[in-house]
Design a protein around this ligand. Structure first.
Ligand code: NAD
Length: 250
């Protein structure tokens, strides 16, 4: 059966785990050939190619992009999803932590875009989706550094959408709420009572549960696919209503 992304090549950063893995799998199901860029490429399962790329290392990003273009014939879709978390109020994170998290979550995206743009320009179906977060807009407590990076991702999404509109390259973002990924599993696992912590976390979501990674993948598939061909510069919330209803964790 024909898929909406048949014949297209997609790169998903952070594609070996969590949201990235679900996105990779979903884009494959829609017909794309999918490449995961990840510091842990061996963990990638449902992909056509997994490449060891560290988004903080420009040479590794360039080499990864050129390898994809050479082996798969081009790049049509980029999902900038690699990212890490940080907790605390403004007094908590050191300058070093600020630079490290910013380098992955924000500058990493710029590195991938710089390398991929020449290839996206040659595509007739070019689309980019960046993983921002509810943290970009919700004012989440104890997430100053993380929120700053995700706000930057959303702002970059809009600026890049404007810059590349005339070239036919759409740039959108997804803003997931708390999603049930290994990252959240690690956070819960560090709690005294992980089951109670999970229940409390679920109760703080507007719809009473964590977002499934597949739900975020569905949104990404829409944004990079042909049904969204008139949509660029948006941040699509996948959060049970937290962003649009101005609901906040209790
Ligand atoms: P995860 O830890 O399960 O997966 C992240 C992946 O990124 C891993 O495979 C990791 O190896 C890779 N990665 C980390 N640093 C990298 C680097 N320097 N270069 C290349 N790859 C790197 O996390 P997740 O929960 O799936 O999060 C993915 C994205 O979604 C992140 O950008 C995160 O900020 C965002 N997000 C997550 C949630 C959530 O609740 N899980 C909510 C909103 C946004």
């Amino acid at each position: 059966m024909a898929g909406p992304l048949d014949g297209l090549v997609a790169v998903v950063t952070g594609g070996a785990s969590g949201l990235g893995a679900a996105i990779a799998s979903r884009l494959r199901r829609d017909g794309a050939r999918v490449v995961a860029f990840d510091v842990n490429p061996d963990a990638a399962t449902d992909v056509d190619l997994a490449v060891a790329v560290d988004v903080t290392d420009d040479a590794s990003v360039i080499a990864g992009v050129e390898r994809v273009a050479a082996e798969l014939g081009g790049i049509d879709i980029v999902v900038n999803n690699a990212g890490i978390g940080a907790q605390g109020d403004v007094t908590v994170n050191s300058d070093e932590e600020w630079h490290r998290v910013w380098d992955i979550n924000v500058v990493g995206m710029a590195r991938v875009m710089r390398a991929a743009l020449p290839h996206l320009r040659r595509s007739s179906a070019a689309a980019v989706c960046n993983t921002s977060s509810i943290a970009a807009t919700a004012g989440l407590p104890q997430r100053v550094l993380y929120s700053a990076t995700k706000g930057a991702v959303l702002s970059m999404t809009k600026a890049m959408a404007a810059d590349h509109l005339g070239e036919g390259i759409r740039v959108n973002a997804v803003n997931p709420g708390t999603a049930d990924t290994p990252w959240i599993g690690r956070l819960l696992g560090a709690a005294d009572d992980p089951a109670a912590e999970r229940a409390a976390l679920e109760a703080r979501q507007p719809h009473g549960r964590l977002v499934a990674p597949e739900e975020v993948a569905d949104a990404v598939a829409y944004l990079v696919g042909p049904h969204a061909r008139s949509t660029t510069g948006i941040g699509l919330a996948v959060d049970g209503g937290m962003q649009e209803l101005r609901l906040r964790p209790a």
